[in-house]
Design a protein around this ligand. Sequence first.
Ligand code: ZN
Length: 173
Amino acid sequence: MSGANVPPVTSVAALYGIAHRIEADAAERYAMLADQMETHNNLDLARMFRDLARAERLHADKIRELAGAIGVGDDGGPIGPWKADSPESVDLYAARYDMSPHEALRMALAAEERALAFYTDLAASKVDRTVRDLATSFAAEEREHVALCHRLLERYPPASAARPGDPDAPGDR
Ligand code: ZN
């Protein structure tokens, strides 16, 4: 799938627009996953997702700041064909209300991996140096998010997902 979904990024302006969309989508996704984990009374994971949402939001703000006068295309402008399908956008229909921690983390991982692949492919493609350097630094951050999802998945294996007959286990009250 390498490169198949990479829209043409020929300028720093286009990259700012796409990167901002990616991070804003991620922040939204983590806020949603945090809500769902709260309904599960899994406050530990909910807190983790809130922290990730905050981190992605800060990253989005940083990109907006970097873009300065260039802007980030608030309405998806520079992203064009990608508007409905940015690499970190979560499949909201796949997000079930009763999603288990494991399922939530798998969804987060898939999105982080798509974002990582996007930045990695972009950094490896023939683009000017400024775009490549930016893509490389964004890839490094996504790589950390992928690693974090893997660590969390080990803590929340599939077996911990379905615990019929033990509905109140995670709660303290
Ligand atoms: Zn990320």
